[in-house]
Design a protein around this ligand. Sequence first.
Ligand code: GLU
Ligand code: ZN
Length: 271
Amino acid sequence: MIITRFAPSPTGFLHLGHALAAKVAFDFTKSRQGQFLLRFEDIDHTRVRPHFYQAIEEDLAWLDLQWDEVPWKQLDRIPQYQDALEQLKRLGVVYPCYCTRREIQNIVNAPQGPEGPLYPGTCRGGPTLEGDPAWRLDCKKAAALTGQLTFSDQRGGQIEVDPELLGDVVLARKDIATSYHLAVVVDDAAQQVSHVTRGEDLLPSTHVHRLLQALLKLPEPEYFHHELVLDENGQRLAKRNDALSIRSLREKGKTPAEVLRALSSSGRKLI
Ligand code: GLU
Ligand code: ZN
């Protein structure tokens, strides 16, 4: 069965970019009698606000993008992420990192990645110390274990994984013992998501996700990275861009059909 999901973080109201992500996932699965799941990616617990869970559900319902099943919350699934981290520890592909945020910001000559400077591996091969570390993926070691990998993207075709693209990413933060990368891979597999649809800004992350799937022996979903919705200045919509929140469009008297129509464009439709 086709299963897609929409995975917003309850840290703000949905905006047009989210509506597009939800609609792409919804349309694809519903034209094939599949399921559309809603998952709250709420591990960024300091930024999560309780009222946004409900607001997101209300906005999706208003857009008539009705989800199947009870939505999952990642904060309910910390033990599952810990299990996955333990497996990675046993494989020897993660290492503890004791660097503070400030130390990382002050690193000079850090290698550049698509999203900014990469962690240069300061703690790699270092000792295990007192206190709660973050855990980082040793991307070179991981790649040596998995061998060359690819993933299939409905827009980009068969893409070779570049295991070093994002460097030694954090898989478990000090405070929450998981991260976006680890949680998304564990949950997409647990929810049997067949098609991962999301904005093309997350394409670099997919290289990490494919690597983690291979290490954890999880199934490989199909991917579709859709175009992003840009504002009138050609900039990505930020959550702070409240003018384009679904809620404010609704308050201005827009109908759901008008909002959804504003989103259609060829690179945004998964055929
Ligand atoms: N939680 C992410 C977001 O709000 C989506 C992640 C994903 O679809 O993999 O953009
Ligand atoms: Zn470190």
